[in-house]
Design a protein around this ligand. Structure first.
Ligand SMILES: Cc1cc2nc3c(=O)[nH]c(=O)nc-3n(C[C@H](O)[C@H](O)[C@H](O)COP(=O)(O)OP(=O)(O)OC[C@H]3O[C@@H](n4cnc5c(N)ncnc54)[C@H](O)[C@@H]3O)c2cc1C
Length: 187
């Protein structure tokens, strides 16, 4: 059974269902690849990686700077959500109102060689971050088994790897600059 099919089964059936679903490993999946089809005249569907979450956002801004992000937030309509790599398999991303793509908010914007810290935009994908940190002589102590994740999504969900002495991605954060409708908050 493919990893994507497994996640879809476990999401739909729960923990007990996961065990039942494993019994059918040799059965080819007959499920459609996409849980929601595009219909002309309706918003283009958003679908997560596993294919078990979807929505049809009316607005899908993709700000390319922090200033642009704040201005998007100030004029955003309805329920506003951000999306990183869309690898969460629970319903933490879907909204039919405003879905903000963070892909263009990417890169290391500052670093401190003394404290060995870096300021990184939250849309940076982990597979990209490794190279960018290497350029400044830094590296993540540990990371999840999946490098497609965006840093923001990995921090929000406290994505983790293995090893009892390593914290989750959230534990690597010293401070945050949070964009809100009221502007930028530092914490
Ligand atoms: C194949 C696979 C392997 C995985 N392996 C691991 C693993 O090894 N360890 C582990 O812990 N987890 C693992 N996961 C779970 C996954 O790492 C988490 O769900 C992770 O948070 C997904 O990151 P993302 O960038 O896709 O976030 P998304 O799913 O896009 O978003 C996650 C949440 O963060 C919010 N968010 C995203 N970006 C921002 C932002 N810039 N600002 C504010 N909020 C934001 C979203 O609104 C949403 O609530 C795996 C998932 C899959 C599908």
């Amino acid at each position: 059974m493919k990893r994507r099919d497994f996640l879809r089964s476990t999401g739909a059936l729960g923990a007990t269902g996961a065990l039942l679903a494993l019994g059918g490993c040799d059965q080819p999946s007959t499920e459609p690849q996409s849980p929601i089809a595009y219909e002309p005249g309706k918003p283009v569907p958003w679908i997560n990686w596993a294919g078990n979450q979807s929505c049809q956002p009316q607005h899908r801004p993709a700000p390319a700077s922090i200033d642009e992000l704040v201005s998007v937030l100030k004029t955003a309509k309805g329920t506003v959500r951000a999306v990183g790599a869309g690898h969460s398999f629970s319903a933490v991303v879907p909204t039919d109102d405003t879905l903000i793509a963070t892909d263009l908010l990417s890169g290391v914007i500052d670093h401190d060689p003394v404290t060995n810290t870096a300021q990184v935009l939250s849309g940076t994908r982990l597979h990209d971050l490794g190279y960018r940190l290497a350029d400044i002589g830094q590296a993540l102590p540990n990371m999840p088994d999946m490098a497609y994740l965006a840093l923001g999504g990995a921090i929000v969900n406290c994505a983790h790897a293995t090893g009892v002495n390593f914290g989750s991605m959230g534990s690597y954060v010293n401070s945050l600059r949070l964009a809100t409708v009221g502007g930028i908050f530092v914490g």
